[in-house]
Design a protein around this ligand. Structure first.
Ligand SMILES: *Cc1c(COP(=O)(O)O)cnc(C)c1O
Length: 257
């Protein structure tokens, strides 16, 4: 088995004829490395898990196209596997856009959401140059910058709806108030002739409360209706992250769905 691996075969990926136990693989590599007096740390990723999770997602939420958040793990093989499966990418910076589009050439610019609601001028110009049009925003200043620096923006309004019990709160960092600021920002965008194509939210990483998604979607519905009245073509709902990666008794993808 060991000759399949990177340290010997120069390939980072090994394909096995039958399903194989992660622990057995790890132990085999460890003892092989040990026999070579190689004590550098290593990481084993079972790519089948990635494929299975993608398929589970498609089964539970067939109308949702996954956009993988590059910040979670930007290993090129993971990114390539996901691109092959047909996911888009959620990028938070110029560096992440460059990695996905220029360096690895995984997908087209239209499969990227630039989900950073407060970008520098340089980052907006860069997005324009790369053909990335979909960008989130949660403040007026962003609209003004985008108006000046991007010729074909497709803006997504980010609202703050948080599960107070989530492991990592994102509402304190990103997103506008959905009831007061949301409608004002849609109005402002219409005045500036900056098209808004939808709404995004992120309930917080490690969300434990499926009801939070419902609340967020309800706010988004109201903002869709308001935006459509203003002439925005509202067609995209970005349901963020915070979905359980592993099913437990408390929470599972099935329960959130
Ligand atoms: C991090 C992030 C995600 C993914 O969140 P998880 O909690 O890791 O699922 C989705 N959308 C945006 C905008 C993010 O920043």
């Amino acid at each position: 088995m060991a000759h399949y691996f990177e340290i010997i075969g120069n390939s980072k990926v090994a394909v096995f004829k039958a399903p194989i136990d992660n622990e057995i693989v790890s132990k085999t590599i460890a003892s092989f490395k040990d026999s070579k007096q190689n004590d550098e740390p290593f990481l084993v990723v079972n790519l089948t898990t990635l494929v299975n999770k993608f398929q589970q997602w498609q089964k539970e939420l067939p109308r949702v196209k996954p956009f993988y958040a590059v910040k979670c793990n930007d290993d090129p093989i993971i990114l390539k596997t996901l691109a092959e499966l047909g996911t888009g990418f959620d990028c938070a910076s110029k560096g992440e856009i460059n990695k996905v589009l220029a360096e690895l050439q995984l997908t087209k610019a239209e499969n990227i959401v630039y989900a950073n609601p407060c970008k520098t001028r340089g980052f907006i110009s860069h997005a324009e140059k790369m053909g990335v049009n979909r960008m989130t925003f949660d403040n007026v200043e962003e609209l003004v910058k985008v108006k000046k620096l991007h010729s074909s923006p497709q803006m997504i309004l980010r609202i703050a709806v948080s599960d107070p019990t989530a492991q990592c709160q994102l509402g304190i960092k990103f997103g506008c108030d959905p009831e007061i600021d949301g409608p004002k920002l849609l109005q402002k965008a219409a005045e500036l002739c900056v098209p808004v194509i939808g709404v995004s939210f992120h309930v917080g990483s490690g969300c434990n409360e499926p009801e939070t998604f419902k609340t967020a979607i309800k706010y988004a519905r109201d903002l869709f209706d308001f935006g459509i009245k203003l002439g925005h073509s509202m067609t995209l709902l970005d349901i963020g992250g915070g979905y359980p990666g592993v099913d437990t008794e408390e929470i599972s993808l099935g329960k959130v769905r």
